[in-house]
Design a protein around this ligand. Structure first.
Ligand SMILES: *Cc1c(COP(=O)(O)O)cnc(C)c1O
Length: 387
């Protein structure tokens, strides 16, 4: 099955009892055990729920893994994955992972004795140089947020496998539609399903998928023991969202191409950051490991132009955090998602005041282009007050 068909017919796409083509929402918290001490398929809904299981199977298939696990949020999925490890274990972490992941690492996991070294995972020698006797895994995102930097998953897997490390990829930005890290040598993939997988900005959820039977067994144990499972209603909603991922992504991609074309030609835009651009630093690697380059675009206004004035002038594109929804969402990292990072550190990391991150939605292309154009035009009036 090809991916667009798999999105519709994957997982458990029919209820075995009634033939319902939409997996029913099984709200039951417990299940009748017909024999004492048997080994029933369903016994208690934290351990296993048929609606959640359908979603988990679908995600395992899409990521080409052996088992999937659904959690109450992306953060809960990431926490569950780190919970596979023990006090004294050391991780190499990409320098631009999601802010909430850094918070989890620094404020929670370190208190339990897990150790972390942050590196630029584009640099294989930096990864190798950070390996210690107690290193167990490398954890990263590609493309990153908000600079869309690309790391070579296959090369990282090759270098780290020689040292017995596991590779864990947060695949939220790319989605399995565009990138399947397990096929490139990664061991675990995590998702904030709140973003593209759900796709409609109406559900919070997380997914973990692994290609390793041993990890799958331990992850099932962790999921059941910690218990941050996704409920049946949200499991159903997420599965419904995933069914249209292909249809949505095709429009996301087409709109993105048109928007990039506009931004690249506009003299008020200094730089467009997108892995699909042939002169972008990570382009060759992205081309090798991604089927398409996604719908996250960042760009810098010319120095001194006001990002604040620009985003506040937009009429359709919505000023908001989050990403991956059907609606175009725009944000200014220096003030919003990365606002808690001291300015000098931020600038040293390449996040200028003029940097803007756009999650391209599926509205009519012309409306998005007109909206961006009129907001750029506003920059020429009123003195271009700096942020
Ligand atoms: C949003 C996000 C998360 C956290 O997911 P939640 O569902 O909000 O808990 C993790 N990683 C990335 C890349 C994200 O964008």
């Amino acid at each position: 099955m090809r991916i667009n068909t798999q999105l519709i017919h994957g997982g458990i796409s029919e209820d075995p009892y009634t033939g319902a083509v939409s997996t029913p929402i099984y709200r039951s918290s417990t299940f009748h055990q017909h024999t004492l001490g048997g080994n029933p398929k369903w016994e208690y809904a934290r351990t296993g729920n048929p609606t959640r299981a359908s979603l988990e199977l679908m995600m395992a298939q899409l990521e080409e893994g052996v088992a999937g696990f659904a959690f109450a949020s992306g953060s809960a999925a990431i926490h569950a994955v780190f919970s596979l490890y023990s006090s004294g274990d050391h991780f190499i972490v990409g320098k631009d992972v999601y802010g909430g992941t850094f918070r989890l690492i620094n404020k929670v996991l370190k208190r339990f004795g897990l150790e972390f070294t942050v590196v630029d995972t584009r640099d294989l020698s930096a990864i190798e140089g950070a390996i210690q006797d107690n290193t167990v895994a490398v954890y990263l995102e590609t493309p990153t947020n908000p600079l869309l930097e690309v790391s070579d998953i296959q090369a990282i897997a090759e270098v780290t496998k020689a040292h017995g490390l596991k590779v864990i990829i947060d695949n939220t930005f790319a989605t399995p539609y565009n990138q399947r890290p397990l096929t490139l040598g990664a061991d675990i993939v995590v998702h904030s399903a709140t973003k593209y997988l759900g796709g409609h900005s109406d559900v919070v959820g997380g997914i973990a998928v692994t290609s390793d039977q041993g990890i799958a067994k331990r992850l099932a144990f962790i999921q059941n023991s910690i218990g941050a499972v996704l409920g049946p209603d949200d499991s159903w909603l997420l599965q419904r969202g995933i069914k249209t991922l292909g249809a949505r992504m095709r429009v996301h991609h087409a709109n993105t191409a048109a928007i990039i074309n506009l931004l690249e030609q506009d003299p008020r835009v200094a730089r467009v950051l997108y892995p699909g651009l042939s002169d972008f630093s990570g382009h060759q690697i992205a081309k090798k490991q991604m089927d398409n380059f996604g719908a996250m675009v960042s760009f810098e206004l010319q120095e001194g132009l006001s990002a604040k004035k620009f985003v506040e002038s937009l009429q359709i594109i919505t000023l908001a955090e989050s990403l991956g929804g059907i609606e175009s969402l725009i944000e200014v990292p220096s003030v919003m998602t990365h606002g808690s990072i001291p300015r000098e550190v931020r600038l040293a990391n390449g996040i200028k005041d003029e940097l803007i991150r756009l999650s391209v939605g599926i509205e009519d292309e012309e409306d998005l282009l007109e909206d961006l154009k009129q907001a750029l035009d506003q920059l020429e009036e009123g003195g271009n007050r700096k942020l």
